[in-house]
Design a protein around this ligand. Structure first.
Ligand SMILES: Nc1ncnc2c1ncn2[C@@H]1O[C@H](COP(=O)(O)OP(=O)(O)O)[C@@H](O)[C@H]1O
Ligand SMILES: [Mg+2]
Length: 275
């Protein structure tokens, strides 16, 4: 039997900060950040979802469509707004969001001119660890862009751990390898405690041999880190964002919504094990 990864104690006070990351696009990051955040909130744990992707899909998926956000992640990063200024409430009582404003699109280039762009998000999130917002959230989920640029690195520097959504496809394995390299670099330079929270298979179709083979390979390499829950392909998960809702508010009976509720139970159980 594969050894179970030793649960790592959260090294810092405050909420568990988890970056949802994979530099490959279309692997299920945003769908996972939004629906996991909503599912943990539905279990009455307070969650903050932070949209670090200039495409702002996570923001629109919880009711803040592109172009409607005046102050968000960009303003937080550059210090023109405080964390309290940019937090917005959502339809779910336990879920708040820091949406992406349109200025985030130019942030990657702009941040490169700053003195220490890698640590700007970590600094901006300090009030979650000590200060006015210290006891407000149990979990913070950061939706990362599909690249390994400064926005993603900033999220990895600010995070306790990385949750990696991936498809069970051959090229997704390459993406996982590249992310591992980035995690190693961030650990060495900025954040030695950065852990892998878990690896999640998204849009999973168990009928193909290849997908089963990919899952087996990833389980062999990352024993204990792959979630038992796998997210099936489900049309409700792709429809709900255009309604500005997480899947559980759009169709709670759908297989997609149910899979993310199951994932939330698994994520919360790992968090409790660690506490
Ligand atoms: N389990 C799923 N079933 C069906 N469609 C999905 C599922 N997960 C994601 N999608 C769709 O696939 C596309 C890419 O997913 P997304 O979460 O945006 O990926 P990423 O953020 O990694 O680029 C989106 O259109 C999304 O609605
Ligand atoms: Mg995305």
């Amino acid at each position: 039997m594969a050894a179970v990864a030793k649960p790592q104690r959260s090294p810092r006070p405050g909420p568990r900060v988890v970056a949802v990351s994979n530099q490959k696009g279309g692997e299920g990051k945003t769908t996972t950040a939004v629906n996991l955040a909503a599912s943990v909130a539905a279990a009455e744990h307070r969650v903050l979802l932070i949209d670090m992707d200039p495409q702002a899909n996570a923001s629109s998926s919880v009711g803040f469509p592109r172009g409607t956000v005046e102050r968000g992640t960009y303003e937080l990063l550059v210090g023109s707004a405080s964390l309290a200024d940019v937090i917005r409430t959502t339809e779910l009582a336990a879920l708040d969001v820091v949406p992406a404003s349109s200025d985030l699109a130019g942030a990657e280039i702009e941040l490169a001119q700053c003195e220490s762009p890698q640590t700007m998000l970590a600094q901006a999130l300090a009030p979650l660890r000590s200060g006015a917002l210290a006891d407000r959230y149990e979990l913070v989920l950061i939706d990362c862009p599909p690249s390994l640029g400064l926005l993603t690195v900033g999220a990895l520097v600010a995070a306790d751990s990385v949750l990696v959504p991936m498809q069970a496809k051959y090229f997704s394995l390459e993406g996982l390898g590249a992310l591992q390299g980035t995690i190693a670099q961030v650990r060495a330079a900025y954040n030695p405690e950065l852990a892998i929270e878990g690896i999640l298979f998204c849009m999973y179709d168990p009928r193909t041999n290849l997908s089963q083979q990919v899952v087996r390979e990833v389980r062999d390499h990352f024993s204990g880190l792959v979630y038992e829950t796998m997210i099936p392909i489900n049309v409700r998960l792709s429809e709900s964002p255009s309604h500005g809702k997480p899947a559980l508010l759009y169709d709670i009976e759908s297989r997609g919504a149910q899979a993310y509720l199951e994932l939330a139970r698994e994520v919360l159980a790992r968090m409790e094990q660690r506490a």
